[in-house]
Design a binder for this molecule. Structure first.
Ligand SMILES: [Zn+2]
Length: 143
């Protein structure tokens, strides 16, 4: 086991299928977010361990960005959100990943950053049926 939570998760994905995997790209894997406070929330994880996006080669930067755009477009097509928020911080988990948050006008705080609702996230943990449903709606729009 590595010290990196995402490297460990990627290693597990190789061993057995995970129903939260939406799509595997060349350089990254799109997984459903742990909560679905925002319907369609996903995380795009870089397959290789890097701490910073600028440390990737220019070619991989470009390809990874295109994968992020394809993932985003698929989420947008599946759920027609009002807006998409992207966040790549890595202060807690130091492995390059993007949070893709669809935002909806039904959220009274839609103009605030997505973590404003953090206290409610664990009230929206999807069950296996919901996972299957959301994953299939997004993956329909991916190659
Ligand atoms: Zn890692």
């Amino acid at each position: 086991m590595s010290d990196c939570q995402l490297c460990n998760r990627l290693a597990l994905l190789k061993q057995k299928a995970d129903p939260a995997v939406v799509h595997e790209f060349e350089n990254s894997i799109l997984v459903l977010g742990e909560h679905q406070f925002y319907q369609g929330y996903c995380v795009l994880i870089l397959k290789q361990h890097f701490r910073e996006i600028h440390e990737l080669s220019p070619e991989i930067q470009t390809e990874f960005h295109q994968e992020l755009m394809q993932a985003t477009q698929a989420i947008a097509m599946a759920f027609q959100p009002w807006k998409i928020n992207h966040a790549s911080l890595g202060n807690v988990v130091e492995h390059v990943h993007w949070h893709i948050f669809p935002r909806y006008l039904s959220d009274p705080q839609h103009q605030a950053h997505p973590w404003i609702h953090e206290a409610g996230f664990n009230l929206h943990i999807p069950d296996p049926l919901q996972i299957r449903d959301v994953v299939s709606k997004i993956s329909e729009h991916l190659p």
